[in-house]
Write a protein that binds this ligand. Structure first.
Ligand SMILES: *Cc1c(COP(=O)(O)O)cnc(C)c1O
Length: 410
């Protein structure tokens, strides 16, 4: 298996990409779906923004009057335009701002306002917690009614009370991937709008929002986009909805003319109205480096490598560690760039792997999850994961007491 892995690495068209990231050679990093690796170009870019743009040019960096300024004010749109081709969106349909949670609040509210007389936001139980919690916040204000239907029952639950179908495209725990085209159409046929959470999709699986006619989407900057811890998120609004869109976080940066300082809010034309407060320039500068890198590799190459890596691992694991039950779909066309296995002691196994510098994660209550960030994961890393896990199980090493102690973040 190791030989086969080395052969695959040698012929991998993305083999040079790992060197663009700051990852030690002896680290097998399977957590790029939770916190993407540091692009080597990011520290210098952040230092430049801090020392030159902030330190020297000070407030003039907001503008780009002479074409040589930093143009901070345009960063949300500029990075949005670079993310757009990764998700099948047009320029002007994507903006970078705030966190996924906050963008969910804006877009769920906007969708509810577009469907007067309907209050139901339909989702699935076990969706990423923040997505469900944000609907609860709107429920508390009596603006929404949360309804959860199991995957197989979603289409049947789309009745004429549903204002919005809100789903995460790739499930964070199991890696299951929804058929975006089919569910978007089903929601539209029922008169509902659709919001896709692309946090585990962008940069790893094919997404074509406009081809499927999606209305809204949100996604994360710190996972496959490698934007750094707490990187700002992005939001997509289909062009056809932008002029009518009303979102309640009507901060001054989303105003048509913020520097008129008027008393009354007037939303900016287009996607800019999704902005709320001042953009986080330091975080956005780091995100831009990550997005440039991923956009440079291109979505097709990323998707192809992601599938090949996860297939290699799924098959090897089934052979070498058959006692672990794979809970991700066997068909790479219906799963994201991750694999999850169930084991009663998944937490301790994960800790024992981390001690051997094989970094994946645990998701409560019993899931061992490995993400395959195609830009820097190697086939030899996958082979090592499988053989070392076998060794950890056989030796009983995972029973060490320190592997049972949980930190605040798991
Ligand atoms: C990571 C993730 C988020 C993150 O939300 P933040 O508000 O940016 O912390 C949201 N939804 C999904 C599905 C995620 O995987």
């Amino acid at each position: 298996m190791r030989k086969e892995a080395a052969r695959l690495d040698a012929s991998d068209t993305l083999r040079e990409c790992r060197a663009l990231f700051e990852i030690a050679d002896d680290v097998a990093y399977f957590d790029g779906n939770s916190l993407g690796a540091l692009p080597k170009a990011a520290p210098a870019r952040i230092a430049e923004v801090v020392q030159s743009e902030w330190g020297q040019r000070l407030i003039s960096s907001w503008n780009d009057a002479d074409g040589e300024g930093a143009g901070w004010i345009d960063l949300p749109q500029r990075i949005g335009a670079k993310i757009a081709p990764l998700i099948g969106a047009r320029r002007g349909e994507v903006i970078v701002a705030d966190s996924v949670s906050i963008n969910l609040f804006k877009l769920i509210s906007a969708a509810l306002a577009m469907r007067p007389g309907r209050k139901v936001v339909l989702s699935e139980p076990g969706n990423f917690p923040t997505d469900l919690y944000m609907v609860e916040g709107l429920e508390m204000q009596d603006l929404a009614e949360r309804c959860l239907a199991e995957r197989a029952d979603i289409e049947a639950a789309l009745d004429d009370n549903v204002a919005l179908l809100m789903l995460t495209h790739v499930h964070y725990k199991t890696g299951e991937m929804f058929d975006m085209a089919r569910l978007t159409k089903a929601a539209h046929d029922a008169g509902a709008l659709v919001l896709w959470d692309l946090s585990h999709s962008v940069g790893a699986v094919p997404v074509d929002l406009n081809a499927v006619g999606a209305d809204f989407a949100v996604g994360c900057g710190y996972k496959y986009l490698n934007g750094g811890p707490g990187a700002p998120a992005f939001a997509f609004v289909a062009e056809r909805h932008q002029q009518a869109l009303k979102q309640p976080l009507s901060g001054w940066m989303g105003h048509a003319r913020p520097f008129d300082f008027t008393d009354d809010y007037e939303p900016a034309p287009g996607i800019d109205r999704l902005l709320c407060g001042t953009p986080q320039i330091l975080s956005m500068s780091a995100l831009e480096v990550g997005v440039d890198l991923m956009a440079g590799i291109g979505v097709d190459a990323l998707v192809a490598k992601s599938r090949a890596l996860s297939e290699f691992t799924r098959e090897a694991m089934a052979q070498v560690v058959p006692e672990l039950e794979c809970v991700s779909p066997a068909d790479p066309e219906t799963r994201g760039s991750q694999l999850s296995w169930r084991h009663a002691d998944a937490y301790a196994l994960c800790q024992a792997l981390i001690a051997r510098r094989i970094i994946g994660d645990f998701r409560a209550p019993d899931v061992l999850r490995m993400g395959f960030a195609p830009a820097y994961v190697r086939y030899v890393d996958c082979a090592r994961l499988v053989t070392e896990l076998r060794d950890i199980l056989d030796s009983g090493e995972w029973r060490k007491v320190e592997y049972a102690q949980r930190g605040a973040v798991t």
